[in-house]
Ligand binder design. Structure first.
Ligand SMILES: *[C@@H]1O[C@H](CO)[C@@H](O)[C@H](O)[C@H]1NC(C)=O
Ligand SMILES: *[C@@H]1O[C@H](CO)[C@@H](O)[C@H](O)[C@H]1NC(C)=O
Ligand SMILES: *[C@@H]1O[C@H](CO)[C@@H](O)[C@H](O)[C@H]1NC(C)=O
Length: 358
């Protein structure tokens, strides 16, 4: 219900205040961008790194084979999988979301080994949940280990930009010590491995996936908004692919490949340790854009899972359901400024925030 705030607030604020506000916002964003650049190599072609996973007819590769488009149409979604399994690594791509009406669509960039370990698989997810045109995009991150599918570790967020306008870099860093999810250079979530997690922390070799698919039953507004094929095909674009890590044979139980050196190299990279500036931008993101966290969902987990770090400034934002206490928090979203009269009225009737579908 963030939309209500805008008009009255706008009337009350003097132009000087607005100008000041804009200057502050611009400066903050610029600082974020300039202080934390990744040093990654992005020379990979699709053929060198990935293979089609399903519906090859819906996968389009550019002439230089460095950009791949995944399509969803009324016949099928599509997906790709890394040609290798990795025993820890850094996986990243510049991704552009489909535009227009994308309700019911999920675009996922994730790691998994469900093909090899059906009953006790590991998984790290970034999932973009389609939206109604004009509404802010949402996405979630998640972690499973050793088949812990009954213990979801979801966090949900909005984005501070429109991911369908330009490509942005999304990355998953996975080491034996920690996992970090990045959006551009902003570390949005860090899970530090806690001994008590036991197998819940992913520790078996995984491959990397990217998919687009019809998730009408749950993705948008708790499943109320379905994919509308009037807008097909839905196209998501992946480029500047990065796959860094120790390549292993997943079926090799004794792990004859020795990853010690490569893991040490991974741990020494700048993106494995969050700098003080990185902490600042992470705090900024989480306080402003996170709207669900399993760590604060006391109805689901009476005792938060062991890796949860309860941050007081976050804790006070959430109810016992793990959802936001004050939905007005989102009044600060940049998107509000672009929203037309018509969609504002429609949103008013849309029944508030989407339920977190589990
Ligand atoms: C980036 O990484 C490469 C190889 O790891 C290294 O040679 C180069 O000096 C690094 N550049 C910067 C700016 O850190
Ligand atoms: C993995 O899961 C199996 C079956 O649920 C369980 O018996 C085993 O103890 C788990 N391993 C670890 C390391 O948690
Ligand atoms: C793996 O390699 C490291 C350094 O290269 C070495 O110290 C270690 O003993 C090796 N481990 C195994 C199990 O071979």
């Amino acid at each position: 219900m963030d939309y209500f705030l805008y008009s009255p607030l706008q009337k009350r604020l003097s132009p000087l205040f607005l100008l000041l506000f804009l200057i502050i916002v611009t400066t903050t964003t610029t600082t974020l961008k300039t202080t934390l650049a990744f040093n990654v190599t992005t020379l990979m072609t699709f053929g060198e790194s990935y293979s089609p996973l399903f519906s090859e007819f819906n996968i389009q590769r550019s002439q230089d084979d460095k950009t791949v488009r995944l399509l969803l149409n009324r016949f099928s979604g599509s997906g790709i999988i890394s040609s290798d399994y990795y025993n820890y690594g850094f996986f990243s791509a510049n991704i552009k979301m489909p535009s227009e009406h994308t309700a019911g669509i999920v675009v996922a960039f994730y790691t998994s080994n469900v093909d090899t370990f059906e009953k006790n698989h590991d998984e790290l997810d970034i999932e973009f949940l389609g939206n109604i045109k004009g509404k802010p995009w949402r996405f979630q991150t998640n972690m499973y280990g050793n088949g812990s599918v009954s213990r979801g570790r979801e966090e949900r967020y909005r984005m501070w930009f429109d991911p369908s306008l330009d490509s942005h870099r999304y990355s998953i860093l996975w080491t034996p010590k920690n996992t970090i999810f990045y959006v551009d250079e902003v570390p949005i979530r860090e899970v530090i491995r806690h001994e008590a997690m036991r197998g819940d922390y992913p520790s078996k070799p995984m491959s990397v996936y990217a998919t687009i698919w019809d998730a009408s039953s749950w993705a948008t507004n708790g499943g109320k908004e379905k994919v509308d094929y009037k807008y097909e095909p839905f196209v998501t674009e992946f480029k500047d692919l990065v796959l860094e890590g120790c390549i292993v044979d997943p079926t090799d139980q004794i792990l004859s490949s020795n990853c010690t050196d490569q893991i040490a190299q991974l741990i020494s990279k700048d993106y494995t340790t969050i700098t003080p500036e990185g902490r600042k931008s992470m705090k900024w993101f989480r306080e402003k854009y996170m709207y669900y966290s399993y760590c604060y969902d006391n109805l689901r987990y009476l005792v938060p899972p062991p890796e949860c770090v309860i941050v007081p400034s976050e804790r006070e934002m959430f109810k016992d359901t793990g959802r936001l206490r004050d939905k007005m928090k989102f009044a600060g979203s940049h998107r509000r400024h672009r929203r037309g009269r018509k969609s504002r009225r429609r949103n008013r009737n849309s029944g508030g925030e989407a339920a977190v579908a589990m």
